[in-house]
Design a protein around this ligand. Sequence first.
Ligand SMILES: [Fe+2]
Ligand SMILES: [Fe+2]
Length: 168
Amino acid sequence: MAVRATHGILSDELREQREQIVGLLEKAYWMEIETVMNYVAGSTNPDGVRAQEVIEALRDDIQEELGHAQQFATRIKELYGVVPGSLAFEAEQRSLQPPEQQTDIVHVIKGVIEAETGAIEHYNRIIEATDEVDWVTQDVVIQILHDEEGHRRLFEGFLREYEAEGRA
Ligand SMILES: [Fe+2]
Ligand SMILES: [Fe+2]
């Protein structure tokens, strides 16, 4: 029995593609971590009667996004990568920064939609990059993509309500 994988994404032959996939997974990992940070803030800061639905939804999402970060970390390790430490982190989610007024729920909703859209775009990229090369990563990312599409749709629904009232 061979000690090293002779074919598939763990083989020496596919080293270059494997490292490229690990790079994409690291970016995905950071996106999830940053989302957790901003959803903790976004589920705490808002004021107002109508903020409560958004707060509840974001609280639920925090657990899911943390689970995604852990799934990406696991897959990075399985592909012989090393999960990075916090000093390698670079923040990117400008639209998820707290609004000036904490009753500005539309700001939070739009920030969430933008973050989810960014994740959806990046995960589609990973699904394409892993096609016929790394089925397991592709399968993991397809399931996570499903969650993000659900999150995006939920917040689009919140935004529609404000749009219907001419407040967004
Ligand atoms: Fe996520
Ligand atoms: Fe999400």
